[in-house]
Design a protein around this ligand. Structure first.
Ligand code: C2E
Ligand code: CA
Ligand code: CA
Ligand code: CA
Length: 278
């Protein structure tokens, strides 16, 4: 079993078999990681343009596999979603975020942290109960927690998912539409979701300039969101010019490599003390 070899040593003799073997190994080891270790969080700042400061971040899951090393969430999250272990990972992320918020609150550092929720999580009848219990255990006000949800996750089973979103909302958790503009976006769907924030997908933002077609989409999405009473986040801001355009168009919050990559908690705290390029 290649996954059992020490020191990251792997025998790559059959390319396709190796890719398949890697998937099987990752699927097997994910549950173990959620229970025994290997998962950790990175935090990426979200810059509030009106206030010119950072009090929000997105928590992004990282996995250090004993053999493969750092595995990207783009690889292991879809595997976890397909094989029924995503709820275990989400539970781990929620608790890790609340533990971090507890530590920051205790040191007078106020942060609001968003985390990513999958379709299967919204189908779980116990999600809201479990989150409520954890908020109490870690003494965290619910409005310091934001759940990012894609429209396609809601579309999987809309009635059930919307019911869960309303229950989470009653707890006081804020909700954000992730990856807006991809997949099933529709105004009708958006109006049914009890959300406070909309994140424009990074595919519209990364190469943005004021002459491209994306500019029209981005500007009208910002205006539409405001008309619906939602805050707008642009993610994938990589250039100063993009920041300037989004600011001129009235976007509320920016996130992207231009400000900072996702960072481990201690590096994130150090970054907060500097807050360059805002
Ligand atoms: P996402 O939720 O859309 O998260 C944003 C992704 O864009 C992150 O990738 C982030 O590192 C990256 N990013 C941020 N700014 C920039 C930028 O300026 N340029 C570019 N090129 N990329 C930028 P990451 O951390 O690799 O996560 C990928 C996806 O994996 C996430 O997309 C999300 O769908 C999923 N994911 C990550 N953590 C979790 C988690 O805890 N739970 C769930 N269910 N999904 C997660
Ligand atoms: Ca997200
Ligand atoms: Ca996103
Ligand atoms: Ca995404």
């Amino acid at each position: 079993d290649a996954a059992q070899l020490p020191d990251g040593l792997q025998l790559y003799q059959h390319g396709r078999d190796d890719a398949h073997q890697r998937q099987i190994t990752l699927i097997r080891d994910l549950r173990r990681a959620a229970q025994v270790g290997g998962l950790f969080l990175h935090f990426q700042p979200k810059v509030d343009l009106a206030q010119g400061r950072v009090y929000q971040a997105e928590a992004l899951l990282r996995w250090n596999h004993p053999v493969y090393g750092i595995v990207s969430p783009g690889e292991f999250i879809p595997l976890a979603e397909r094989t029924g272990s995503i709820q275990l990972l989400t539970a781990w992320v929620i608790e890790a975020v609340l533990r971090q918020l507890h530590s920051w609150n205790g040191r007078g550092l106020y942060m609001e942290v968003s985390l990513n929720i999958s379709a299967e999580d919204l189908a779980s009848l116990t999600l809201e109960q479990r989150v409520g219990d954890l908020l109490q255990r870690y003494l965290i006000p619910a409005d310091q927690l934001v759940f990012e949800i894609t429209e396609s996750a809601v579309m999987r089973d809309p009635d059930r998912a919307l019911a869960m979103l309303h229950r989470l909302r009653s707890l006081g958790i804020r909700l954000s539409v992730d990856d807006f503009g991809t997949g099933y976006s529709s105004l009708a769907q958006l109006r049914r979701m009890p959300v406070q924030e909309l994140k424009i997908d990074q595919s519209f933002i990364r190469e943005l300039d004021d002459t491209c077609g994306d500019a029209v989409i981005v500007r009208s999405t910002i205006d539409m969101s405001h008309a619906l009473g939602l805050k707008v986040v642009a993610e994938g801001v990589e250039h100063g010019e993009t920041r300037d355009l989004l600011r001129a168009w009235g976007c509320d919050t920016l996130q992207g490599y231009f400000f900072s990559r996702p960072l481990p908690a201690d590096a994130f705290e150090a970054w907060l003390k500097q807050q360059p390029h805002l």
